[in-house]
Design a protein around this ligand. Sequence first.
Ligand code: 6GU
Length: 275
Amino acid sequence: MRIDIVSIFPEYLAALDLSLVGKARVAGLLDLRVHDLRDWTTDRHRTVDDTPFGGGAGMVMRPDVWGQAIDELTATGPAHLVVPTPSGTTFTQRTAEALATEDQLVFACGRYEGIDARVAEHYRAAGHRVSELSIGDYVLNGGEVASLVMVEAVARLLPGVIGNPESLVEESHGAAGLLEYPVYTKPPVWSDLEVPDVLLSGHHAKIRRWRRDRALEKTSARRPDLIAALDASTLDKHDRAFLASLGWEVRGGALHRAPGSAEPAPGATTGGVAE
Ligand code: 6GU
């Protein structure tokens, strides 16, 4: 896969030389290139922004400079253009999986109040895929950190990047639609806290069931929206009984809070931080 990232702060993307993504680049699994948007300016001041038509605070990035950059980077054929923006649709593991199948991704990192809206419109009309994506409901100063997040989430799905692809199977936001169960390692007692006995038992069926229950329990407490999105046909008898004990019932192929069952404890879905 080829990934181009365009930014006025290319140094922000230096972290992509490290760790798994850095190794994938060295191994030739990923052709990742970071570019300075100002390389496509033509004026003495290397201007990339201007005041918004219609008035208002802040500056908007000029479409002509972005057009020069994207035209050059996609000269070999249509690419998937990713525009990180807090007003985009939400980037999820499903988005990462879809992006991981593309031949070329171009990330256009906006700053200030964003990129002139005609850029996305133009490249869509020209036959490129264009995704305006947000990484969550909060505001960053620009698309660089969001691009780091998305590139890492995509790169680890590319064939050969993760040594043991088994580790992609059970993790949070995987196919099961559940958060991951808690994990433990040595020592078996630490700070007066013991590792649950079942994990030391060597009884693999019991361990599998215990982990499944902990995943259901954690997901119910922290992300009830994920429980409500489960396809009930993927749940076995024990799953249904355990979810019933947590206050869920199956109706019409989906899970719903049983009448009168308690909502999660205050703070359970916010990590205890007041909203
Ligand atoms: Cl993609 N960009 C910015 N600037 N802020 C964000 C975001 C993206 N996603 C969440 N907040």
